[in-house]
Design a protein around this ligand. Structure first.
Ligand code: ADP
Length: 274
């Protein structure tokens, strides 16, 4: 194909260069394929709620003389439009975390505030399922980064913990400082007693639109984008996210982020990011 043609043309220049060029083209082609897949996935994901809305509005028109049915269809229309709104919002968030440099307006961010915000965001959902949320160890810890992005990342993890857990279970958020070669890190772990994630799926849940159980994800308003947003946020902050899980017992998602501190801060986050 194209890569071979190029390698033949530059062959006289030396084999190192040829190899590099071929690799570049392969990478470029991979990126192009990912982009095409992404557009196809977005189109598909948008079509589902739009299609449902269209059918439901027809159903409402047909049921004009049955007020109860109209109310029922209208309720479902509301669910579908919420889904559409969530999806569009998450696409905007994803594009933002992929394109903006979070360290442009990085600052020390209080971990207790991030955690309180994340818990607040899920309070309603947790309440209806009688899920207890508890946080510990967050006092006096600060991470270095973009407040809005960090809040989105932690919020997504706590939201998932609540969504993928049965009623009357517990979601715990624990924070601590851990020593690391390049400077201290802040670790924030979100633990649930939910359905868990199999080993095979654990590697894939951070991919865009990947869902273990699409029907279940959809039922909770999931878009399949939450964890890919988390992954991007931590990567651009010079941090990491890992997952531990036992099927049927629960999962722990752990964020590790640079601590905000005297010598570290920006220089360090930049260094770790490479
Ligand atoms: P979604 O919007 O579907 O929740 P995410 O990207 O946040 O998308 O997560 C991807 C998939 O990973 C989910 O659909 C779900 O199957 C799985 N998952 C995420 N968090 C958890 C969790 N705490 N427990 C079990 N499964 C989870």
């Amino acid at each position: 194909g194209e890569a071979l043609a190029v390698s033949a043309r530059v062959a006289p220049l030396g084999s190192r260069l040829v190899l590099l060029l071929v690799e570049d083209l392969t990478e470029a082609r991979r990126i192009e394929a990912v982009r095409r897949d992404f557009v196809a996935n977005v189109s598909h994901e948008l079509k589902t709620p739009v299609g449902a809305l269209s059918l439901l509005s027809e159903a409402v028109m047909d049921a004009a003389d049955d007020p109860e049915a109209v109310t029922r269809f209208a309720g479902r229309m509301q669910i579908e439009s919420t889904r559409l709104t969530n999806l569009v919002q998450e696409l905007i968030d994803l594009s933002r975390v992929q394109n903006d440099d979070p360290l442009e307006d990085a600052e020390p961010v209080r971990v207790d505030e991030l955690v309180a915000e994340a818990i607040d965001r899920c309070r309603h959902q947790a309440g209806t399922k009688q899920i207890t949320m508890a946080a510990g160890g967050t006092a006096d810890l600060h991470v270095w980064g973009n407040r809005g992005q960090l809040a989105a990342a932690l919020g997504n993890l706590v939201e998932n913990a609540v969504n993928y857990s049965p009623a009357r279970t517990r979601v715990g958020i624990a924070a601590r400082r851990v020593a690391a070669p390049g400077g201290d890190l802040i670790e924030i772990a979100v633990t649930d007693q939910g359905i868990g994630i199999s080993e095979k799926d654990r590697e894939r849940v951070f991919e865009r639109f990947y869902r273990v159980d699409p029907a279940r994800s959809r039922a909770t308003g999931g878009t399949g984008l939450g964890l890919s947003i988390v992954k991007h946020v931590v990567a651009s902050h010079g941090g990491e996210v890992t997952v531990w899980s036992a099927e049927g017992q629960g999962s722990t998602f752990t964020l590790r982020l640079p601590e905000a501190g005297s010598v570290r801060d920006r220089a360090r986050a930049e260094r770790v990011r490479g």
